[in-house]
Design a protein around this ligand. Sequence first.
Ligand code: PEP
Ligand code: MN
Length: 365
Amino acid sequence: MTFQLDILPVKSWLPNIDNPLLVAGPCSLESEEQTLATARELVKDKRVFVFRGGVWKPRTRPGSFEGVGAVGLEWMKRVKEETGLPVATEVANAYHTEACLKAGIDVLWVGARSTGSPFVVQEIADVLKGTDSVVMVKNPMNPDLSLWMGALERLNKVGIKKLVGIHRGFSPYQETKYRNYPGWKTYIELRRSMPNLPIICDPSHIAGKREFLYDISQKAFDMGFDGLIVESHIDPSKALSDKEQQLTPPDLKTLLDKLIIRKHHVANSEYESKLDMLRSRIDTLDAELIEILSARTEIVNQIALYKKTNNVMALQIDRWTKMMNDRVNLSSKLNLDPVFIKILFQLIHEDSVRQQTELIDKEEM
Ligand code: PEP
Ligand code: MN
């Protein structure tokens, strides 16, 4: 189901914007010198449109640097005066939000930990009611699309029309090479569900390490993100938070130079007809796939009835292990990603067991 937010395009609040929307700045403001030195370097790159910096830092565990607090808002005012860049910071309660409004912070963002709490989002929304603030909303820590949409709706309901979504990945439940797993499908669902919402990607918090920033940022542009929010620090080796993922302003420039910004479409008849032809082949193959799945389901039902007649259980672990190994081996020979095939067959098998148990347990009429 799609949900049309009542929003204004980015151009209405950032008149100089030229795609993509790039927000950059340190994870945390640490001192006036660090803040201004970073901003002075970043503003030299005309692709940076907004300066970011955390003032109140929600750390997962207490004991590490938790931000400089309200004094950072004064440094943000100096950044604005000196560089002319709009400034952005995170708010996580009514007090932060009031302080930012008073200090004239141009863009507020709701962090991942806050988006997961409708109480917090409502508290922020209540303070913002009647203002024409710009608010960016990060995805919640877990891939819960409703919480993300709910936060955007709450803000929109109190009249906030300058909204942006930020995809920053999800808290991993197992070891991954990234700090947060990208979970692109939740981004795709948000795109589908809120088609007029601008959405930017936060490669810094997905990556957790500088070495992965390029891959994630390029992937973001390949998937139609409207921009990026990237952490940049004048001297990352001295950063008090997120040291490993911050880029110096010159390294940010190098990253941006390397990235290719894709077009949504090209109006070229040769391109269009070739794409149409390839898409129609995909449509045919998908129809065949569905027919094959339907034929497979019929056989699953026959097996279920046969097992029932013989009073045999639906789940047969040995058969399942052998099946999975065979499918994964075959997929490797055919150049398919074994991880993908594993996930696909887990889904197919899960559904097959569900159907079998339903049939076996069905009362005879
Ligand atoms: C941040 O952007 O500095 C931050 C704390 O991010 P997140 O809410 O995505 O963890
Ligand atoms: Mn950070």
